[in-house]
Design a protein around this ligand. Structure first.
Ligand code: NAD
Length: 257
């Protein structure tokens, strides 16, 4: 095994975009800490096996990103057991398709807890650790195309992804002096277990509103489906040495402007 490029922690990496990011950063030479909720331990283990085959060290850190003590403990474990933290990817997220008038307070609270509080905690504890280490770092969060321009039937999700962009810009301005960059990726629709799970919501959705949502999401200059691997390649670039001057940016839906 060669010397690692650094140590990366990816939240929500048992599946979907997070899994692809973990494998891509492993191929880039990072040792990888894999996080997801504890009920996905077996899936996390399978991703760890794939990282092992690439030849990098792995650590499983199951935790709920919406719980402060979990995130604090996860960053401490990674730093202690892998020797530091150079890249934090706050990828974990949840989403539903529901109209505003049927969205329950619990839906709003849970979405904001995972998609906005979670990244806030990940950014905060990663930044503390990176400042302590004194070797710079990369913090990267998951926004969405809906974090810049909302569509119907996703109010809490869109609000949480707008929040992620504000968090990213403010953190970038504070952390630049420590050579820590803070950026986000903002994909359009990518086929993952999250979008597959939305089938249930779609079956119950107001079709008029759903069609408005789909037509607003469908503007693109290149007619191609993005895959999780393509999002992972953006993260790979943001984590690379060459991207040291890019900060505060949200890299948005890639076939449109
Ligand atoms: P996914 O549902 O396939 O994977 C997300 C992972 O996050 C899951 O494994 C889930 O268990 C985990 N997670 C959920 N709550 C958690 C918590 N509290 N603590 C730790 N882990 C938790 O979703 P995905 O499509 O791979 O999406 C990844 C990120 O990209 C999300 O933030 C999502 O909002 C964002 N995104 C996805 C799309 C898309 O079309 N797939 C588009 C734009 C943005």
């Amino acid at each position: 095994m060669s010397i690692a490029t650094g140590i990366a922690l990816i939240t929500g990496s048992a599946q979907g975009i997070g899994r692809s990011i973990a494998l891509r950063l492993a191929r880039d030479g990072f040792d990888i800490a894999l996080n997801d909720v504890s009920s996905k331990r077996e899936q996390l283990r399978a991703v760890a096996d794939e990282v092992d085959k690439i030849g990098r060290r792995t650590l499983l850190v199951p935790a709920d990103v919406s719980v402060e003590q979990d995130v604090k403990g996860m960053v401490q474990d990674v730093s202690k057991q892998l020797g530091g933290l150079d890249v934090m990817v706050a990828n974990a997220g949840i989403g539903r398709l529901k109209s505003l008038i049927t969205t329950e307070l619990e839906d709003w609270d849970r979405t904001m807890a995972v998609n906005a509080r979670g990244p806030f905690l990940c950014y905060k504890y990663a930044a503390q650790q990176m400042i302590k280490q004194g070797r710079g770092g990369r913090i990267i969060g998951a926004s969405s195309v809906l974090g810049r321009s909302a569509v119907p039937i996703c109010a809490p999700y869109a609000a949480s992804k707008f929040a992620l962009r504000g968090l990213t810009q403010s953190a970038a301005l504070e952390l630049g002096k420590y050579k820590i960059t803070v950026n986000a990726y903002a994909p359009g629709l990518i086929k993952t277990p999250m979008t597959e799970a939305l089938e249930v919501d779609i079956a119950e959705a107001d079709m008029e509103m759903f069609n408005v949502a789909i037509s607003r999401l469908s503007t693109r200059a290149i007619e191609a489906e993005s895959q999780p691997e393509e999002i992972a390649s953006i993260v790979s670039y943001l984590a690379s040495k060459e991207a040291h001057f890019i900060t505060g940016k949200t890299m948005r839906k890639f076939q449109d402007f």
